[in-house]
Ligand binder design. Structure first.
Ligand SMILES: N[C@@H](CCC(=O)N[C@@H](CS)C(=O)NCC(=O)O)C(=O)O
Length: 232
């Protein structure tokens, strides 16, 4: 069985969604990012990058990077409902969309979630956070434009991992009217949230987001100010 290292407030939920869509069995090993468990020597031995998620395959090989894990699961289990396979039309466009999210969009969000890692002076962190959110929304707008022209999904009529990831982040960023100018993404999210296999996981995400916001408002998110140094 697969062993998934994930837990509350982490994008491991995206992997859980793929597991649910593919009806794949796995065991969830909780890593508490609020107590910085992803930096413990035990976890660093599993994923030296110190990020969640990671996934151990039944043969012991450990995979990390959310979208690499998801793509691995899709290809290995031939989850054709989640992506065009390598020999199908649309595979290239699908890969472009997926890599745009993990290579362009998500690193910007990292600066939003952990601004202090990217500034020299503490007092610049708030502005880094503000600018990063604006930039991330601008990048999301590029996907929205595409979906407005040929939606409702990134590949038109065909749902894929790209929509799952876009919807995950749309749900996460759906506060302060951030998505008001992105009707196609809001529509895509509404479709994805209704998928029977993952509806419950999206529900749980909404609850977790509220909990996260409350912790943040109460200043209880240690992860907001910690340095990048590993193993400290
Ligand atoms: N590129 C990585 C990023 C993973 C990531 O940043 N995960 C967050 C939780 S959602 C994390 O581990 N944060 C701890 C940190 O940045 O120190 C992936 O896609 O798996």
């Amino acid at each position: 069985m697969y062993l998934l290292y994930g837990g509350k407030f982490t994008r491991a939920l995206m992997v859980q969604m793929v597991m649910a869509e593919g009806d794949i069995e796995y065991e969830l090993r909780e890593i508490d990012i609020l107590s910085q468990q992803e930096r413990s020597p035990q976890y660093l031995a599993i994923n030296p990058a110190g990020f969640v998620p990671a996934m151990a395959k039944p043969d012991g090989e450990v995979l990390f990077e959310t979208h690499a894990i998801n793509l691995y699961l899709v290809d290995t289990h031939r989850l054709t409902q989640l992506a065009p396979m390598v020999d199908e039309p649309g595979r290239g466009t699908f890969l472009s969309g997926l890599f745009f999210i993990c290579d362009d969009f998500e690193p910007i969000l990292k600066r939003y979630f952990y601004p202090h890692r990217f500034v020299l002076r503490e007092e610049d962190a708030a502005e880094m956070r503000r600018q990063s959110l604006a930039l991330a929304l601008e990048r999301l707008g590029i996907i929205d434009q595409r979906m407005q022209q040929q939606g409702p999904y990134y590949l038109g009529e065909r749902y894929s991992l790209v929509d799952l990831a876009v919807s995950y982040w749309a749900q996460d960023l759906m506060f302060d009217n951030n998505l008001d100018s992105m009707p196609a993404i809001v529509h895509c999210l509404s479709l994805v949230r209704q998928r029977p296999a993952i509806a419950e996981l999206f529900e749980s995400m909404a609850t977790l987001n509220d909990e996260y916001a409350q912790l943040q408002a109460a200043g209880k998110l240690a992860l907001d100010t910690r340095p990048m140094t590993r193993g400290s």
